[in-house]
Structure formats: structure tokens, C-alpha cells
Write a protein that binds this ligand. Structure first.
Ligand code: GAR
Length: 220
């Protein structure tokens, strides 16, 4: 009997190029996920159109209608639970989530953050890497916990910072790496090899103290 694909919700706020990577890789068969729903906190997010074009259900929960963060999180849960998701992918979802949301989907929420965490949690990561004179920058997939950009790291992809880089050119190079590492982390989770337990990430039963390094080759 065929294993059922993991029901997955993707949460976005903007252009959704990471979402597109998930759509493309599930379509071409290189990633086995059931993209059940795409949810945005902004009705105009371009990523919603990508979802519609791919025939994926869309939901919008506008944060501006909820003055209290916990109420927004409860509304997110209500919208998502209709699809009974097993995995939550935060893909450029620019809201801070409270324990209401984190506890509800405990251990099955991934975030991607455009820096080599623990460097540069928060905003403006590309400019901060340039300003600091870093040789390397990149992106990190991690399990989301209540600590902003602080949960156990799963995989990192690095890119060189060039002399001529602006925040925009660097961001574009980082995005290209994100489109590789994020589906890969999801694939490890969907296959049962990667899990979150006792506040840590585990791969093949071993504690993952350092994130996997993406070097252009897929992890088998
Ligand atoms: C990505 O670079 C992602 O790492 C970042 O937003 C971008 C979304 O791009 N996320 C954060 O900054 C979260 N703190 P996309 O909408 O094209 O996928």
C-alpha cells in the first residue's frame, strides 16, 4: 500500500517564491507532499495567486483585524484545522507567532530565516551581513519554537558575500539556495527521518546539534 503524502500547510506574507519551489518540486515528483492549503495574513500577497494557479486551497487571515496576537493565532488555527495539516511550513510569513499557535502544532512547524542562524535573527539580515563585512551569508531552516528565529536548526545553505553586493543582490542569491534547502528539510520530515523531540532536532535517531550543510548536492 502506498504511504499517504504528508498534509502540508504553507503560510506566506509576500511573493511566495519558496512556496513556488514547493509547488514545482511536488509537481515534478521530486518532493512527496500534499500541499493542502496556502494561508496568507495579507490578501494581496502575490503567493496566493501562485497557489490558486496550482489549484491549492487558499485562506486569508488578516492580522490587522486582530489587535491581540493570541486572537490572531487562534484564527489561524481555526482556518488551518479545516485541512488537518500534519506539517506547517512558514515561508516568508512575517508575523511573530505566540505559544497558542506553536503549542497547537508543536514539533511540526518549520521556518526559514535568511541568515546563518544564530547570526542575525529578526529583520534586515542581508544588509546586516554586508555591514558586518561577513564573507558568508545564507539561510537556515529550523523548527519553529516560541523563541523568534531560535528553534533547533535543521539545514543551512551558504552563499559568498561579494564586494559589489547590495542587500537586493545578496537576497536574490540567498533565495536561490532557500528554494533548495527548504523542500529538502520538508522531504526529510515527510520521510520520517527528521523529527523534533525534547526541544531538539533529530535525524535518523541521532541528535542534530549542528545543522546539515547544503553544498549543492542533495542529501540521500
Ligand atoms: C525568504 O527569504 C525568507 O527566508 C524570508 O522571507 C523571504 C520570503 O520570500 N523570511 C523571513 O525573513 C522570516 N523571518 P518568498 O516570499 O519569495 O518565499
Amino acid at each position: 500500500m502506498n504511504r499517504k503524502s504528508v498534509r502540508t500547510a504553507v503560510l506566506i506574507s509576500g511573493s511566495g517564491t519558496n512556496l513556488q519551489a514547493f509547488i514545482d518540486q511536488t509537481r515534478d515528483g521530486s518532493l512527496d507532499l500534499d500541499l493542502s492549503v496556502v494561508l496568507s495574513n495579507k490578501p494581496g500577497a502575490a503567493g496566493l495567486q501562485r497557489a490558486r494557479e496550482a489549484g491549492i486551497a487558499v485562506e486569508c487571515v488578516e492580522h490587522s483585524k486582530f489587535p491581540i496576537r493570541e486572537d490572531f493565532d487562534a484564527a489561524l488555527i481555526a482556518a488551518l484545522d479545516q485541512y488537518d495539516p500534519e506539517l506547517i511550513i512558514l515561508a516568508g510569513f512575517m508575523r511573530i507567532l505566540t505559544s497558542v499557535f506553536i503549542d497547537h502544532f508543536s514539533g511540526r512547524i518549520f521556518n526559514i530565516h535568511p541568515s546563518l542562524l544564530p547570526k542575525y535573527p529578526g529583520l534586515d539580515t542581508h544588509q546586516r551581513a554586508i555591514d558586518a563585512g561577513d564573507d558568508w551569508h545564507g539561510s537556515t531552516v529550523h523548527f519553529a519554537t516560541e523563541e523568534l528565529d531560535g528553534g533547533p536548526r535543521v539545514i543551512q545553505g551558504r552563499v559568498p558575500v561579494r564586494e559589489s553586493d547590495t542587500a537586493e543582490t545578496l537576497a536574490a542569491r540567498v533565495l536561490a539556495v532557500e528554494h533548495q534547502i527548504y523542500p529538502q528539510a520538508a522531504a526529510l520530515y515527510a520521510s520520517g527521518r527528521l523529527e523534533y523531540r525534547d526541544g531538539r532536532a533529530w535525524l535518523d535517531g541521532d541528535r542534530l546539534d549542528e545543522p546539515l550543510e547544503f553544498s549543492g548536492a542533495l542529501i540521500n
